[in-house]
Design a binder for this molecule. Structure first.
Ligand code: IPE
Ligand code: IPE
Ligand code: MG
Length: 241
């Protein structure tokens, strides 16, 4: 018989994807500006990276900014982009020290030049790190991602490099931003909304979903432990009986 800790180890997710929601509601509840809510949410990002390293979870994908989030006020979008640039600049030494490899998925060309430049630098600098793969979803939308993949495949067919009959789920998957990454097996959403908000629609086909009412700035060890505990007790059937 396995001990509880062995069970937890055996049933540990290999890839956690998180919809980091609730910075605005946290700000309202605490009577501070939305910016302060986002800033506090930024601190949670570092906390969760540290927890995943400690728990030896190899992949973590964070929904930091969606395609639809471009529709927020200019003030908020600017604040979030400046925060991203600052995060990439200030956190690089810590990511190096903790052996974290950074990845990014999304329409990265849409990001301001300052963010693109710092992102490129961080991706290159951390490319050899192995403790945790931390994926930032930036200007990310799943429908846009799948559409872009379909377009690339159509171009290959048009050039005569590919026959339509050769298009398989694996091939389509290899044309997504997430090519080469394992699918998330646990999807966490904070702040209680029961929706996916255009996040990793293809990749979460068989992910276990865990939603907490806790707002992202307040998310920490207790919530991650509860999610992992719940995950370890799920019966993942993958359509089989
Ligand atoms: C999540 O918090 C951060 C981003 C989407 C960038 P929100 O800003 O969506 O917070 P709520 O949903 O308004 O509480
Ligand atoms: C999803 O949160 C996007 C991110 C966490 C970056 P939103 O707050 O944008 O999603 P909706 O509006 O509740 O669907
Ligand atoms: Mg929200």
């Amino acid at each position: 018989m396995s001990s509880d800790s062995t069970v937890a180890t055996l049933n540990k997710p290999q890839h956690i994807a998180i919809i980091m929601d609730g910075n605005g509601r946290w700000a309202e509840q605490n009577k501070v500006s939305r910016s302060k809510g986002h800033e506090t949410g930024g601190k949670t990002v570092q906390r969760v990276i540290d927890l995943c390293i400690e728990k030896e979870i190899p992949w973590l994908t964070l929904y930091a900014f969606s395609t639809e989030n471009w529709g927020r006020s200019k003030l908020e979008v600017n604040y979030l982009m400046n925060m991203l640039a600052k995060f990439l600049e200030e956190r690089l030494p810590e990511l190096m020290e903790k052996n974290v490899r950074l990845h990014a998925i999304g329409e990265l060309d849409m990001l301001p030049a300052k963010c693109r430049k710092r992102l490129k630098h961080c991706l290159e600098a951390t490319a050899g790190n192995t403790a945790l793969n931390a994926v930032l979803a930036l200007s990310y939308g799943s429908r846009q991602e799948i559409t872009a993949a379909a377009r690339k495949l159509a171009e290959k067919v048009q050039r005569g490099e590919l026959a339509p009959a050769d298009i398989t789920p694996e091939l389509l998957g290899n044309h997504l931003y997430t090519a080469g990454m394992p699918d998330p097996d646990l999807l966490i959403r904070t702040s209680g909304e029961m929706r996916i908000s255009n996040y990793l629609l293809w990749q979460i086909s068989y992910a276990e979903i865990w939603v907490t009412d806790v707002l992202w700035p307040d998310f920490g060890r207790a919530e991650l432990d509860a999610a992992l505990q719940d995950f370890s007790s799920r019966n993942r059937r993958f359509g089989k009986r």
